[in-house]
Design a protein around this ligand. Structure first.
Ligand SMILES: Cc1cc2nc3c(=O)[nH]c(=O)nc-3n(C[C@H](O)[C@H](O)[C@H](O)COP(=O)(O)O)c2cc1C
Length: 220
């Protein structure tokens, strides 16, 4: 079976847990993931997860260890997250935020899609305007120009006109705007269930198989 290659950009909006859980699920689905983390995302993650993301120079093994243990610390250890055992042969490529020589900065590097999760309003704006001032923005621009799936998971509330217009612009350019707005119709019992709601929808849009939650309308 074709192993999917997915780019995961993590930026400085609230919701670091979505990124960690998404990375876990992509690896469990046997995807190869290419991770790029913004400076602001590191600040947010430290505050929200109670632990630092691996440094820019961290290798794939450090990321694998981090992804396995990220929810062990307060406050996220009370969110009902399930323990995961990630395959030791997981394929994780880590890229520096400003490394424009990375493969994912070029359209000739084939991927099956990219997700920016969470996506700050700043990154949203830069992509909508083609700024490409860091590797997250550049890789997103590449996905748009190559007509490959780009899933953007913005978080802000309320949304101002500029953010709304940027989302419209990105939708016209081919991106999928998938806000981190979990539904409640699946009777969530924990924060973990709310996180999985969003991660499941992201995987669906990247055509990555997942069984995180029962599908609406599916038989019992
Ligand atoms: C704890 C914390 C939470 C934040 N939450 C958000 C947010 O939900 N949405 C947003 O657009 N920016 C948020 N910000 C501000 C962004 O991190 C900031 O605008 C930054 O420049 C974004 O840079 P980046 O897009 O390169 O990651 C937050 C910052 C901090 C420190």
């Amino acid at each position: 079976m074709h192993r999917k290659t997915i780019v995961l950009g993590v930026t400085g909006a609230s919701g670091s847990a979505y990124a960690v859980r998404l990375a876990q699920i992509l690896l469990l689905a046997d995807c190869e993931i290419h991770i790029v983390v913004s400076d602001a995302a590191r600040q947010v993650a430290l505050r929200e997860l109670g632990t630092s993301l691996p440094t820019e120079s961290a290798d794939s093994a450090a990321w694998l260890k981090f992804l396995t243990t990220a929810f062990d610390n307060a406050p996220s250890n009370s969110w009902g997250m399930r323990d995961v055992e990630l395959p030791t042969e997981s394929r994780i490529a880590v890229h520096s935020f400003r490394d424009y020589s990375a493969g994912i900065a070029s359209g000739s590097f084939l991927t099956d899609g990219m997700v920016i999760c969470p996506c700050s309003m700043g990154t949203l704006s830069s992509i909508a305007n083609g700024a490409s001032t860091n590797l997250v923005q550049r890789a997103a621009d590449v996905h748009l120009k190559e007509r490959r799936p780009l899933v953007v998971v913005p978080r802000e509330s309320p949304l101002g006109l500029i953010a709304l217009e940027n989302m419209t612009r990105l939708t016209h350019a081919g991106a999928t705007i998938l806000p981190s707005m979990p539904g409640f119709y699946h009777n969530p019992a924990s924060i973990a269930d709310l996180i999985d709601f969003i991660v499941a929808r992201i995987c669906d849009h990247l055509a990555v198989e997942q069984t995180l939650m029962k599908r609406w309308g599916a038989d019992d």
